[in-house]
Write a protein that binds this ligand. Structure first.
Ligand SMILES: [Zn+2]
Length: 309
């Protein structure tokens, strides 16, 4: 499985970032896309993923930060997007829930990033909250390429979901689905997402899955902090809602992530060398640990064994 959205540059991970990545690997996570949310975090993310196998990142400006972009910011995003293992433009979008940036600033910064993604032929990692449909309208107005857009951390209504799916976008599901108080609607909508449009993510350090035990064995060791190692809890709940197995969800969402982000051929979190052509192989580790996905690759199994042996 692949975590398509983790804020690994957050200060919450400063003390133990390497251990966090190692724990994700041990939990059967094959890859992590590290979210860049402003120029500084996108640069740190690009540095982080440049030297580590199984990590990729995004470069962009979150709507919360739209008001504080310096002159020439788009050139900086473009330069970051050109770096090795940076695979998407974003996080970008509209958030009228708190309006940390004025809506007009958000619209301008979002539109510029849509156009940049189109020009670079890169995916867009989109944040949408309480935009009243405006995020969808802006994407459509700029002719965003459907199979190059992911609506990350989807928590919207049936109408919202229908609009995204009609447009052909990918949908990212976080641990919001594990929240017994707020996740009810998402649990009902999760089965409506077509197999080939579904993605999973932790949005760590936020959104700790509430299905995890609070104490005792298996409880998170760092209070309320979420981390990519907890992605299996998201996969499990998504699987329960879709009447599938966690292995199936892990496999299909990993295939989707590799397709959307065109994850380049480079070693994954276990350092296995990918084949010269084709998609990144699954981790050999997963089957050894018993947890994950032989199926992660049903489609890549031959390549995987070739890579391992
Ligand atoms: Zn977001």
């Amino acid at each position: 499985m692949i975590d398509i959205g983790a804020n690994l540059t957050a200060p919450a991970f400063d003390a133990d970032r390497a251990e966090v990545i190692a724990r994700a690997r041990d939990a059967g996570v094959h890859g992590i896309v590290v979210t860049g949310t402003d120029l500084a975090s996108a640069a740190v993310a690009a540095d982080l993923v440049a030297t580590r196998e199984g990590l990729w990142s995004t470069a962009g400006v979150h709507p919360h930060d739209a008001k504080s972009v310096p002159g020439g910011w788009l050139t900086t995003v473009e330069a970051l997007a050109a770096r090795d293992a940076v695979v998407a433009v974003g996080e970008t979008g509209l958030d009228f829930h708190r309006n940390y940036s004025p809506p007009d600033a958000q619209r301008g910064v979002f539109a510029a990033q849509i156009q940049l993604a189109l020009r670079l032929d890169m995916p867009l990692f989109v944040h949408d909250r309480d935009s009243g449909g405006e995020t969808a309208r802006l994407l459509a107005a700029h002719d965003a390429v459907p199979e190059r857009v992911v609506i990350h951390c989807f928590t919207g209504s049936r109408a919202d979901l229908d609009a995204w799916l009609d447009a052909g976008y990918y949908i990212g599901i976080t641990g919001w689905i594990c929240d017994e108080r707020r996740g009810g609607e998402l649990r009902e909508l999760a089965p409506l997402i077509p197999d080939e449009r579904l993605l999973i993510e932790t949005d760590a350090p936020y959104l700790l899955p509430r299905t995890m035990p609070r104490r005792g064995p298996g409880a998170p060791a760092h209070g309320r902090r979420n981390e990519p190692a907890f992605l299996p809890w998201v996969a499990r709940e998504v699987a329960r809602c879709r009447n599938a197995t966690p292995q199936e969800v892990g496999a299909m969402t990993a295939r989707n992530a590799r397709r959307l982000f065109r994850l380049p051929c480079r070693p994954d979190l276990h350092g296995s060398t990918p084949p010269a052509t084709g998609e990144k192989p699954a981790l050999p580790h997963a089957s050894a640990a018993g947890e994950a996905p032989p199926a992660e690759g049903s489609e890549t199994a031959p390549e995987r064994s070739a890579a391992v042996e």
